[in-house]
Design a binder for this molecule. Sequence first.
Ligand code: TEU
Ligand code: CA
Length: 554
Amino acid sequence: MSETERKWWKEAVVYQIYPRSFRDSNGDGVGDLRGIIEKLDYIKSLGVDVVWLNPIFASPNDDNGYDVADYRAIMDEFGTMADFDELLEGMHARGIRLVLDLVANHSSDEHFWFQESRKSRDNPYRDYYHWWPAEQGPPPARWSFFDVEGSAWKYDAPTDAYYLHYFSVKQPDLNWENPKVRQEVHDLVKFWFDKGIDGFRMDVITFISKDLPFRELPAKYDGNFVQYYAEGPHLHEYLREFNREVLSKYDIMTVAEGPGTTTENVLDFVDEDRRELNMSYHFDISNLGHKDLAKKLMDPAGWDFREFKRIFARWDAVFREKGWGTVYLGNHDFPRMVSRWGNDAPEWREISSKLLTTFLLTMRGTIYYYFGDELAMTNIRFERIEDYRDIMTINLHKLIEAEGGDLAEFMESQKLIARDNGRTPFQWDASANAGFTSGTPWLAVNPNHTEINAAAQEDDPDSPLNYFRRMIRFRRENDALIYGQTEYFAIDDDAVFAYTRTLGDRKLLILLNFTDRETAADTGFDYEGAKYLFGNYDGFDGRLKPYQAAILEI
Ligand code: TEU
Ligand code: CA
């Protein structure tokens, strides 16, 4: 097997910050860039290599910045371009790279392009978006993720036409089939690269090419709009052009948010010979345990651990020779890692969160670690719809209500998976509002901040925070955990995740007990001569304690 080509972004632990919720420097209740600047030493102390910030560009915040009104300006609430420059300099001075979020499948309806586009059918910006003239009759059905009626077409009276919006009505889809639009995107990306940023995470980049002229959803997709959206006819042509014209000219990293990517098609995006993108992240794990994905309803039976293992193993196998994978268990679109995949009951919260941290940092691929998970922050589990701020939850609630659906069931599911669970303010200390703001936070602070907070964990060597720091160091000191190939064992065991990472003659065995009961570690290995190196208990005696994670050299 050929040795993987080494790259800084393959070795990286990416720490994702949701700027709105990290630290508010001026008391308006909204996190901001100066808040991040204040906390740069904290970020540095974690040992992470890259920071990815969710969108920081000018936006009316219909979807918290995923609706961009000006791609070259900083959102008022977040600060100024001078603040940004200082932030970038502060990160680079500490050896941390900065990755921003490119939201180019759609813009805000308040973007100048759209304001022009909707004015008249012969406006020069008309073709920057997708329009369906009303005289052609109703457009073919398209699903919208955030629309109260579920429709991705919105009638716009001034020009008697419908525009396309896969997300909210305030997020019209840009028309990438128009070369001028592609040129605009290239130019704005160059603007940020020339400022010195180190890469882009690309929001729903798999959706950019549309199947024109709009037809009825082909039967082979069987109602699966995500898959259909991700297989636009010119997608790869646009990505290759993007790479050729812009991306290849800089030492940067790119990662696709890849809804609709599968183990069969992902190499089309990330095989280095195709010159498109570096990495992509898939949704197979986050989709686990749903009874209805579109309406975000959960299966009361929970999620299938063996399927979870099989998914990781299957994706890992794709990148053995080519491309490079990504590993994550949470981000701003998902709930808290420990609440979803571990156990946030008081007696298991810390230990199971350390297990998950060990899991993430021993997998092959670039690690995406979501801020706050290092503290084992938990879901807030709002009772009332009024507590939510997320357009996705609010509009799905309206949609289900209008259909006469089961709202109680929806609210229960939201306690488990609503995006706001992962967006509550970072818990810095035990003071009012967790040291996040001196004002009124834009989204409620989790009341458990009096116990779960960075200040309390800072001086406790056994805290999840310090475990995360040690684990990062351990990964960095053990190349096998970065470039080593992976082999899975006991794949049908319903408690234990076991795999080895091998590089040269170094072989590490990782044993993870995902349950709250002690279990045998029947992996086929003889533990006699094995050397215990790292884990969340004091040692390993041949059996695995509840949520035990153990790394052995064999
Ligand atoms: O998310 C897109 C997204 O996660 C889903 O809509 C996805 O396409 C679907 O669930 C697949 O199963 C990105 C951002 O991460 C999110 O925060 C934004 O709200 C959204 O795009 C719109 O920009
Ligand atoms: Ca602020």
